[in-house]
Write a protein that binds this ligand. Sequence first.
Ligand code: FEO
Length: 165
Amino acid sequence: TMISKKMAKAINAQINREFYSAFLYLAMANDAMDKGFKGASNWFTIQFKEEQEHAMKFAAYLQDQGAKVELAALAAPKTEWKDLLAMFQEALSHEKKVTAWICEINDLAIAEKDYATQNMLRWFIDEQVEEEASATDAIWMLEMSAGSKGALFMADKTLGKRKDD
Ligand code: FEO
């Protein structure tokens, strides 16, 4: 392989985190549906799919480098949140953790003078800016609708407009 064993291990750990992210967002999609918010449930279902794509992108990179993909157990996500705002706040704090993990892998790639992995990670570093921005937009919208059922209904409709990219 062209990448170190240590790097393969770090990327495998990230694959697990991306699948955990998928699982977390699917749990949020289910809770949103249970609470009657079909739009938010759609938003989180699309996010669930995106996270699986992230995991598969890392997996394809490992395989291109001749390293083995090794899956591990996923922790069980929560199944209930106070409200939509609490879900998106947790989504944002989760994405900040993901950003930090990706930066750690990038630090390792720099230390190892592993230019191929640095290039691969560039896409994820850009993607994390989007991930944090879209959760922040939803938080802003939900904070603006606090206390108004009509505004919350409209916010859910807006979240329902998110399409698979
Ligand atoms: Fe895979 Fe939400 O970052």
